[in-house]
Design a protein around this ligand. Structure first.
Ligand code: DGL
Length: 267
């Protein structure tokens, strides 16, 4: 029986868990939100790499046989190190979907909304370089968005004002496609559509990430077709708050799974 560990700096990875439950419900999931340390987007690269590694080791000690690094920032800073230290288990990461954006965009103007660290990372810049000349990319750091999402302010007046500011460069450049390069941002999709209009194509990589997870589970012979189904929600800050937000944001997780929760200290 496979237990899949999913981690993020906070509640952003719930967007990936949501998709995992849709595509691959017959597994146990352990979701770890490092909310005591969110946001990661402006922390140092070394800190993020070490912390991500520590959390992955913790998830493996908790019995996870596959890991999803459901955070673009942690993937950018740590995925190679995690895979290097854990060669025996599948480790799936997320990265801004700029490749699919190139094929979707008609006017070849693509906005990328991500954390400051993701946009600065070598991994992201190598990806951009590999697509140079295909498209005009307009990168924008979503400073301040994650703390508001973490506090449940997804459609507050404050969020509305801040998001309008961050989306202005995309409006000025008349992008027709927007890449959400942070797993927290899909929760803002309705507000983004309200601001940029319904025609904007929004690229969220959760679906592709979970397809990759399914391929890896098959390769490692971890595919499972029947219940029991448990989701463990762990937070380094407040597990009750995490579960409260999860109930609100991904209610389907609570329909077919039994839920366990715990606040944990991970040094
Ligand atoms: N959800 C994360 C990401 O995908 C991290 C956001 C943050 O903690 O700044 O990048």
């Amino acid at each position: 029986m496979a237990t899949i560990g999913v981690f993020d700096s906070g509640i952003g990875g719930l967007t990936v868990l949501h998709e995992a439950l849709r595509q691959a419900p017959a597994h146990h999931y352990t979701y770890l939100a490092d909310s005591a340390n969110a946001p990661y987007g402006e922390k140092s690269s070394d800190w993020i790499a070490q912390r991500s590694l520590d959390l992955c080791h913790w998830l493996v000690r908790e019995g996870c046989q596959a890991l999803v690094v459901a955070c673009n920032t942690a993937t950018a800073e740590a995925i190679e190190r995690i895979r290097h230290e854990m060669p025996a288990i599948p480790v799936i990461g997320v990265e801004p979907g700029i490749k699919p954006a190139v094929t979707k965009s008609t006017n070849l103007k693509v906005g990328v909304l991500a954390t400051q660290n993701t946009l600065k990372s070598d991994k992201f810049n190598a990806l951009l370089e590999s697509l140079e000349g295909h498209c005009e990319f307009i990168p924008q750091a979503g400073l301040g968005l994650v703390p508001l999402i973490e506090s449940g302010q997804i459609d507050s007046a404050e969020m509305n004002t801040l998001l309008r500011q961050h989306l202005k460069p995309f409006q000025a450049a008349e992008v027709d496609t927007l890449v959400l390069g942070c797993t927290h941002y899909p929760f803002l999709t309705p507000l983004i559509r309200e601001i940029l209009g319904d025609k904007i194509q929004i690229i969220d990589t959760s679906e592709a990430v979970v397809k990759q997870l399914a391929r890896k589970l098959e390769e490692f012979q971890l595919l499972q077709s029947a219940p029991p189904r448990v989701i463990r929600f762990y937070s380094t800050s407040d597990a009750d708050a995490l579960v409260g937000l999860a109930k609100q944001l991904i209610p389907t997780a609570f329909e077919q799974h039994s839920i366990e929760t715990s606040t944990v200290f991970i040094s």
